[in-house]
Design a protein around this ligand. Structure first.
Ligand code: I3P
Length: 128
């Protein structure tokens, strides 16, 4: 029996380490502060965990440690944003509430996978 067979626990779509900075909160611009973040995509949410060394892909499950922050992907917008940084492989995620994040990885294939996986979730939610 799979751990998700109760139909209550959303499926883990993807997890991994990305560089992250929040650049706006409720539409208000913030100062960049790049940090490595353990990113977990589960159900309709993208979750960010603080300490990559002490986190793993089970961390989002009930009873485990809380994410530093969590983003509802419903109505979110995703776009490549290399013009917003001196780093390569940067995309921007904007929530309906006007929070904006940049996510980045030096590994081309990895950042492309994240981009397409997040986009797939956003598109699925748009159709609901
Ligand atoms: C910022 C820091 C960021 C940089 C940002 C700088 O300086 O160097 O890494 O963003 O550039 O302002 P500080 O540490 O003094 O806040 P990138 O690495 O994404 O280029 P920006 O102001 O042009 O966004």
């Amino acid at each position: 029996e799979s751990p998700n067979s109760d139909g209550m626990t959303p499926e883990l779509e993807k997890a991994g380490l990305l560089n992250k900075t929040k650049i706006a909160e409720g539409g208000r611009k913030l100062r960049k502060n790049w940090n490595p973040s353990w990113v977990v995509l589960v159900g309709n949410s993208l979750m960010f965990f603080k300490d990559p060394k002490t986190q793993n892909s089970d961390s989002w499950k009930p009873g485990n440690s809380c994410p530093e922050s969590s983003v509802d992907l419903r109505g979110a917008q995703l776009q490549w944003a290399n013009e917003l940084s001196s780093k390569k492989n940067v995309f921007k995620l904007r929530t309906v509430t006007g929070n904006e994040f940049l996510l980045q990885s030096d590994t081309d294939s990895l950042i492309r996978e994240w981009y397409s996986t997040i986009l797939k979730v956003i598109d699925r939610l748009d159709k609901e």
